[in-house]
Design a protein. Structure first.
Length: 407
């Protein structure tokens, strides 16, 4: 990361890297030496940016992009975008900005295109920069559907997850829990995440008399495990352009309570159907406390809502194989490779058939199911030149080389 924060933006930068790699593209990620991308067991180059529009960072990006021969530069965060469109980087025409929130800067107008995580962000960006090419690309996650949890038999455990930032509204959640606890309700609260408000929130919990009711879990590497340990998930954000954690909570089989704001509303209030969660007026601790009470007073209804069609995922998703069409394409390539291999072997003994051509095609088909094999094939002493020449002429598809930059 150009900045070394830990939150949703950083998580999505890592997921983009894995998803693009799984789609067959060659990806090199750049970021802070101590950021989330530095933890990747994948191609990574450290780049340090001391401030926005840092010319040294822009020059480092220029060198990395030239050495990698990048076709596109995918940027997460304002500092990364400012670096990519800096005159010294020479990369503005290759820059695709992923816009995660409403805090975009005017530098984004220099980018080739932008991807927005929700319609609300899309509309705000289009209003500010009407000539920019903008495409919707909701956040995504590797999710495993779990059974809907039964009603708790003891003290309910409610929880939240996110960067400990003022925008996430954890202070409002603490006020709501304090109202419930001091009103005689038995419950426990878990808050997972890290960020600048960590100390302030812990002090607030003590001030509200919740020190024995609230657990601060810190950063969690496996959100699915954390969420499956809750009886209810609560989203108390003041601003939430998308709300990826809501989808993760739904996949964990946990009832959801959320403020009725732009991003979560797109997920939890599908057009033409009933809500998939309990929604309440935003920025209001009392309204949030009442929404939590609605769930705890009627667990069967909340669990029935959690099990609605459209709420539950029907299959396990993985970062390497999220799309059924991708699997079909790989299977088709494997089958074609087998056919070409047989023809190629026959061609080695039958002069009428160009055996070498079919063997190269077979090798390429097998390579497209394995990035490692493809790299070996492209660099092979005898086969590589033919495959590279066919790619250059368009005879076989050429995967895009992407340089990923995050702040």
């Amino acid at each position: 990361m150009l900045a070394k924060g830990r939150g949703g933006l950083e998580t999505m930068a890592v997921r983009y890297h894995h998803a693009l790699s799984a789609a067959g593209h060659e990806v090199l990620s750049l970021g802070h030496p101590q950021g989330e991308l530095a933890r990747l067991t994948a191609p990574f180059t450290p780049v340090t940016s001391h401030f926005s529009h840092d010319p040294l960072a822009a020059f480092s990006l220029r060198r990395a992009a030239a050495a990698f021969q990048a076709d596109l530069i995918v940027c997460h965060g304002n500092r990364a975008i400012a670096t990519a469109v800096h005159p010294l980087s020479g990369a503005a025409d290759k820059t695709v900005a992923v816009v995660h929130n409403f805090r975009f800067k005017r530098d984004i107008a220099k980018a080739r295109a932008a991807l927005t995580v929700s319609r609300a962000v899309h509309e705000a960006l289009h209003t500010a920069h009407p000539t920019l090419a903008i495409y919707d690309m909701p956040n995504f996650a590797p999710l495993e559907a779990r059974p809907v949890k039964p009603a708790p038999t003891g003290v309910p455990v409610i929880g939240s997850l996110g960067r400990l930032h003022v925008n996430k509204g954890f202070d409002i959640l603490l006020e709501a829990v304090a109202e419930l606890v001091h009103g005689g309700r038995e419950l426990r609260l878990r808050i997972a995440g890290d960020g600048p408000e960590n100390a302030a929130l812990k002090a607030q919990a003590i001030q509200l008399g919740l020190e024995d009711k609230v657990e601060f879990c810190g950063w969690v590497d496996n959100p699915a495990v954390y969420l499956s340990g809750l009886d209810m998930f609560v989203l108390s954000s003041r601003v939430e352009p998308f709300g990826l954690v809501v989808t993760e909570a739904m996949a964990a089989g946990v009832p959801v309570v959320s403020f009725d704001i732009d991003g979560p509303r797109e997920i939890l209030q599908p057009k033409g159907s009933e809500p998939l969660a309990t929604l309440c007026p935003p920025h209001d601790a009392h309204a949030l406390a009442q929404a939590i009470t609605t769930v705890t007073d009627n667990w069967p209804a909340a669990l029935a809502r959690a099990g609605k069609p459209g709420h539950r995922l029907q299959k396990t998703l993985s970062e390497a194989d999220r799309c059924p069409m991708k699997r079909i394409w790989r299977h088709t390539l494997f089958a074609a490779g087998c056919v070409f291999l047989v023809i190629g072997v026959i061609g080695m003994v039958v002069p009428m058939l160009p055996g070498t051509v079919f063997l190269i095609l077979a090798a390429w088909c097998f390579a497209r199911t394995s990035p490692r094999f493809e790299s070996w094939l492209l660099n092979h002493r005898w086969l590589g030149p033919s495959v590279r020449r066919w790619q250059e002429t368009g005879a076989i598809p050429l995967p895009v080389k992407l340089l990923a930059l995050s702040s």
